[in-house]
Ligand binder design. Structure first.
Ligand code: GTB
Length: 212
């Protein structure tokens, strides 16, 4: 069954790999699945054809035969459940990996998004200087907890899983802020993710489209 995902026609990040199609590409590369990419402009994302795939007019989406999915957590889970390489074989290990996927998008990503929004998109607001330290501290709080839990091991729960793929993808958004470097084990964790051949292939594929 052929797979098609959608991605920005031109990502605003100019190829830093921060748009969310990268995590889906990464999952597909980890499992060795071939895929096609349909590039969409910001205007096209809000048109009925794309809204039929994604109710919120966003990327990425995932098409596999009659199945159309949105939300990266759901997409990566679909890939991970059907193809070896991203979830442990034992049921309890799978459940824990899925818990880390939810933790990434539900617990760690929200304060990071708040921080990124405050830093990059609200910097000209009169209240920006007062708000930024507050949201930065919320991120630090989460990173401190995650750092304590990860400790020294390479991955969150034994072998690399879809939980790590999602967590590393979420943390990557912090790189340019320097916040990640306050937690050396998390910075090293993210580097381990980026060093995986599958991540490198995913990154190169999006860069080929988005490089300025
Ligand atoms: N919860 C959804 C998911 O996980 O799939 C969120 C999807 C989402 O936010 N998609 C963004 C989008 O389509 C692209 S990734 N935005 C357009 C819109 O809402 O109109 C977010 C993103 C965009 C740009 C950068 N960047 O330039 O650095 C980074 C991340």
């Amino acid at each position: 069954m052929s797979i098609t995902i959608t991605a920005f026609e031109k990502s605003p990040d100019g190829g830093k790999g921060l748009a969310r199609d990268t995590r889906v590409r990464w999952a597909l590369e980890e499992t060795g699945l071939p895929y096609d990419v349909r590039l969409v402009s910001f205007a096209a994302m809000k048109q009925p054809e794309h809204l039929a795939r994604h109710p919120f007019g966003q990327i990425p989406t995932y098409e596999e035969g009659d199945l159309v999915l949105f939300e990266t957590g759901a997409i990566v889970l679909r890939i991970a459940e059907r193809h070896p390489g991203l979830l442990p074989a034992d049921a309890d290990g799978r459940a824990r990996a899925i818990a880390w996927m939810f933790a990434a998008v539900n617990t760690v990503e929200p304060p990071i998004l708040e921080f990124v929004t405050a830093r990059l998109f609200e910097a000209d607001k009169p209240w920006a200087a007062a708000r930024l330290p507050l949201v930065a501290d919320r991120v630090r709080g989460r990173l401190k907890q995650l750092s304590a839990r990860l400790g020294k091991p390479d991955w969150l729960d034994d072998a690399f899983s879809a939980g790590d793929l999602m967590m590393v993808s979420v943390l990557l958004r912090l790189r340019s802020s320097g916040l990640l470097d306050e937690f050396p084990n998390l910075a090293a964790y993210v580097e381990r993710g980026e060093a995986r051949p599958a991540y490198k292939r995913a990154f190169a594929a999006q860069l080929a489209i988005n490089a300025p």
